[in-house]
Ligand binder design. Structure first.
Ligand code: SF4
Length: 403
């Protein structure tokens, strides 16, 4: 077995982040409910599920956010990370029908599509000059096996060696294994050899099989999601992990989800980033969903930062929560914001109105407006470059942006 992949040294973190956190936490008079949690955080002791419930039930959202911001500031200072990427969703044809999914189509639907490799390359060519990552996830195509993706990733990596390929969720990896009658580990190893750089985290939803039986029946089990990411880390593919919240799960199930992921990463160290995002209800089939409000989204991002001590980055996924909440999330524990994303289908079909036309300058201004310094990163968080957007005509600048 190969050694687990290690993230880039410190993944952009301050080397002395724990000492910085201890110092910073001591400067604040935390309320009696949060003081024990602050003490644990200062010693890098993982918060328990009960601690997580305390954070969810604490009446002062701002104090929860301030605690998460302290951790984020200790690890990364005022920096907020982004990358230049494009999302190409290669097919919407899927053999499953997850109840939250507004994207998938049956093979015979009028608007079903499956991009040939040439069509994919033509699409990528439109963006290749301005990106360093292509992010591709899609449906479980009934005819594509691992060979299809080996050819695709070889074409991409040979044509654009400087573009990282972040692609395929765990259930897509499982599906390819079944189609090609090989193990998931072999799928991952072969795709890495063909040029795959890393895995996105999609498909985790809530890692609780009772919840999954309702919202995504037939998808990989919780244990399979964790196992496939473990295997990815072991063959040298870093990955992200996600949480789709605001369907039918309880707060305890959310917290257990976070604990399962952080425990895996305590041993493999291959998760780079945790991406919590809320269910978007348009055109989907979960009328019983307990939709998350704006404050709940911010609180969940803050709770994620505080619970996930083994995963360095918490992403504000602006494709899903929109630019305004994503900007605020940078003050509630998030340190990363995805991305320039000039093309995307899955969240937009589910009701997202997040703009798609962000170039680096627009995204960097959004980061600056949150009071942060914009740092462009690569896919694997091993290369960082401060980015200052070109000056625009004088704008009104309110206090947060001048901190
Ligand atoms: S979430 Fe993925 S696996 Fe589920 S129906 Fe949609 S495309 Fe298919």
């Amino acid at each position: 077995m190969l050694a687990p992949v290690r993230p880039a040294p410190l993944a952009g973190e301050h080397k002395e982040w724990l000492e910085r956190l201890q110092t910073n936490l001591a400067t604040v008079d935390w309320s009696p409910k949060l003081q024990p949690l602050a003490d644990k955080l200062g010693n890098n002791v993982p918060l328990s599920l009960e601690d997580g419930m305390t954070l969810y039930e604490h009446p002062d959202l701002h104090e929860v956010g301030a605690l998460a911001h302290q951790v984020r500031q200790a690890r990364f200072g005022n920096r907020a990370f982004f990358n230049s990427n494009v999302h190409i969703n290669q097919t919407n044809i899927c053999v499953l029908a997850c109840r939250f999914c507004a994207f998938r189509r049956g093979a015979k639907a009028n608007d079903a599509y499956a991009m040939s490799i040439d069509e994919y390359m033509d699409d990528l060519a439109l963006y290749a000059h301005a990106i360093d990552e292509v992010h591709s996830v899609g449906g479980l195509h009934p005819e594509w096996g691992v060979e299809h993706y080996e050819e695709l990733f070889s074409r991409v990596s040979n044509t654009y060696p400087s573009i990282s390929i972040k692609a395929l969720t765990a259930v897509e990896v499982k599906h390819l294994g079944q189609r090609s009658s090989i193990s998931t580990r072999e799928v991952l190893a072969r795709l890495k050899a063909a040029g795959l750089t890393s895995l996105p985290g999609g498909g985790a939803e809530i890692l609780d099989d009772d919840v999954r039986a309702v919202i995504c029946n037939g998808k990989e089990s919780s244990a399979e999601y964790l196992q496939i990411h473990r295997e990815a880390h072991e063959v040298g593919l870093p990955s992200n992990c996600t949480m789709l919240f605001g369907t039918i799960e309880s707060l305890e199930q959310r917290l257990q989800h976070m604990i399962s992921l952080r425990e895996l990463n305590a041993s493999t160290k291959g998760f780079q980033c945790f991406v919590p995002y809320p269910f978007l209800p348009d055109d989907t089939r979960l009328p019983q969903a307990q939709l998350a409000t704006g404050t709940e989204i911010l609180r969940t991002i803050a709770v994620s930062r505080l619970m996930m001590n083994t995963i360095p980055h918490i992403k504000a996924y602006r494709m899903n929560i929109g630019d305004h909440l994503a900007e605020l999330a940078l003050q509630f524990g998030a340190d990363d914001i995805d991305g320039t994303v000039q093309k995307e289908s899955i969240m937009h079909l589910a009701g997202s109105s997040a703009p798609l036309d962000h170039d680096r300058a627009k995204l960097a201004r959004l980061i600056q407006d949150a009071g942060c310094e914009a740092i462009q990163r690569n896919t694997t968080y091993s290369h960082f470059e401060p980015y200052t957007p070109p000056k625009v005509k004088p704008r009104r600048v309110l206090p947060m942006a001048t901190q």
